[in-house]
Design a protein around this ligand. Structure first.
Ligand code: ADP
Length: 510
């Protein structure tokens, strides 16, 4: 390998913005590879990057499934390759198209297992298992078909974990992949891929019997990837620690502890162009640190839009989230009910706008809360990105009482838009928010126990600070000055890629 050779990284994921987006994984897959690509081109050898740099540039390429909902016309897709993936019932054809996104070559892999009308996730893992095991194996076949030998394979979550497992099974007898390092990023551990067992077997991937995995996990995609990967990244340093505990470890904490030396945490970023209060066209008034006072126009506009008393001195709380138990929506609803009904003393003025969709009983409870306290609460049960932006840019505080939060984007967006987070001290929330106790550097408020009472106490603590306008503005400006760009994680991933490739290359040197 020559010193000027680029470091080739194959980044694989089930979804990527702007091609297709269901959840936060799409943001990572759509924006991290371009950030890595640009950073590695900007940084001359030995400067911003590692001094032991052996590669001039990172040649990172992204592969995602060609889901039915992806419009071929929108992305000028060109044919790139055709091949088949072996299956016990006969070979499955794959057809690959390519284009560029922000300078990064993207491969979209289609075929009969990706029918036009099927959603990205069907909620039936026997279906998704077949689709994503096919996709995972097709990514390995694709690199071979292109004769583009990756130094590193970077997979994400259970959907693409089978690629890492398959690579590890064949490494000994496969010169093409014998020196390829592997990295698996966990975005949400509880989604192990249960239901995909038969799909793995159908594509010739056997259970890992006699491995360090617990018996019940030996044929599940994510655990098999975690077993086989050279390194594991969780999407925040705190989540990387939490998954080693019974509370957050999804039954795998003993196994994960045995791999602790190979687990690290890297926080995600947000796209600072797309999330910019100075230019966001959905805001009534754009603002930045230079004219923070204009932000109040957004608050008044929200109070007016939702028929709430128009009074700047009343703190406006917002919640923007999937209505799911993970997000602690039940805790927030019960807490607000207690605060509004006077079960908590002292009685405080506040208003709350809750935006989200999800579990029907939570949606119903949110509507009931609004019906009980129409002078304070609005429940907006829909997915509405424009309203989410108006809430980030106009609310005083953002409620984030998650039971667990691998990384979380909402708190980073909220801080960038001057909405002060009131959050549970877990996962990425803990890593991105500095509690008010830390005075000068503080950006928000954290609480520990996942109870309505603990959240209520934290809200009351925040409301007390809110009455002191200059103190509140310090929290806001501190939050707006945080660096949540993709550059930071891109640097960390580049350093990790180099380390993993160096150690894999020396391990497999003849
Ligand atoms: P997760 O990916 O676990 O749902 P994150 O905080 O990482 O949580 O990201 C959620 C993203 O989805 C945020 O950008 C948030 O603004 C957005 N979002 C969630 N619910 C809604 C909604 N009802 N309308 C608009 N945007 C929403």
């Amino acid at each position: 390998m020559s010193p000027s050779e680029p470091l080739r990284v194959l980044f694989i994921a089930s979804e990527a913005d702007p091609f297709i987006k269901v959840g936060g994984l799409a943001d990572v897959a759509g924006w991290l590879p371009p950030a890595i690509h640009h950073l590695s081109r900007l940084a001359p050898v030995g400067q911003a990057l590692d001094v032991s740099d052996r590669f001039r540039e990172i040649d990172i390429r992204l592969a995602i499934p060609l889901h039915g909902a992806i419009s071929r016309q929108d992305f000028d897709l060109q044919p790139a390759a055709q091949f088949t993936v072996p299956h016990k019932e006969g070979p499955v054809p794959a057809e690959v198209f390519t284009c560029r996104h922000q300078g990064v070559p993207v491969y979209l892999i289609g075929g009969p297992l990706l029918p036009a009308n099927e959603p990205v996730y069907t909620n039936d893992n026997s279906v998704d298992g077949k689709k994503y095991t096919f996709f995972s194996l097709a990514t390995l076949a694709l690199a071979r078909a292109l004769n583009w030998q990756p130094h590193l394979l970077h997979a994400n979550d259970w959907h693409t974990a089978p690629a890492i497992y398959a690579l590890s099974l064949n490494r000994q007898n496969d010169p093409f992949y014998s020196r390829t390092a592997t990295l698996l990023t966990i975005h949400n551990l509880p989604y192990l891929g249960a239901g995909a067992e038969l799909a793995l077997a159908g594509f010739g991937l056997p259970p890992a019997v006699d491995s360090s995995l617990p018996w019940w996990a030996q044929d599940l995609p994510l655990p098999l990837g975690l077993l086989a990967a050279d390194h594991i990244v969780a999407v925040s340093p705190t989540y990387a620690q939490e998954i080693l505990t019974p509370e957050f470890g999804s039954g795998l904490y003993d196994f994960l502890r045995s791999r602790a030396a190979s687990i690290s945490g890297i926080l995600n970023g947000i796209d600072l162009e797309r999330w910019n209060p100075a230019t966001d066209p959905y805001l009534t008034a754009n603002f930045s640190l230079a004219n923070l006072a204009d932000r109040r126009l957004n608050k008044v506009a929200l109070q007016q839009e939702f028929g709430l008393p128009q009074d700047l001195s009343i703190p406006l709380l917002a919640m923007i989230t999937r209505f799911d138990n993970q997000k602690g929506v039940d805790l927030a609803l019960e807490c607000l009910r207690q605060l509004a009904s006077g079960a908590q003393v002292p009685q405080e003025p506040w208003q709350a706008i809750l935006l989200g969709t999800g579990i029907p009983s939570l949606e119903e409870n949110a509507r009931r809360l609004e019906a009980s306290f129409p002078e304070r609460v609005r429940a907006v049960i829909r997915f509405d990105p424009a309203l989410s932006r108006r809430l980030y840019g106009g609310s005083d505080a953002l409620l984030l009482p998650s039971r667990y939060e691998p990384c979380g984007l909402a708190q980073m967006i909220g801080m960038r838009y001057g909405s002060v987070p009131i959050a549970r001290a877990t996962g990425g929330l803990r890593d991105t928010i500095i509690d008010d106790n830390h005075q000068g550097a503080a950006t928000g408020f954290l609480f520990t126990e996942p109870t309505p009472e603990a959240l209520a106490a934290c809200i009351l603590r925040a409301l007390a600070v809110f009455r002191n306008r200059s103190r509140w503005e310090i929290l806001q400006t501190n939050g707006m000055q945080q660096d949540f760009s993709w550059t930071r994680p891109a640097k960390q991933y580049i350093a990790l890629y180099k380390k993993l490739v160096a150690s894999r290359q020396s391990a497999s040197a003849p």
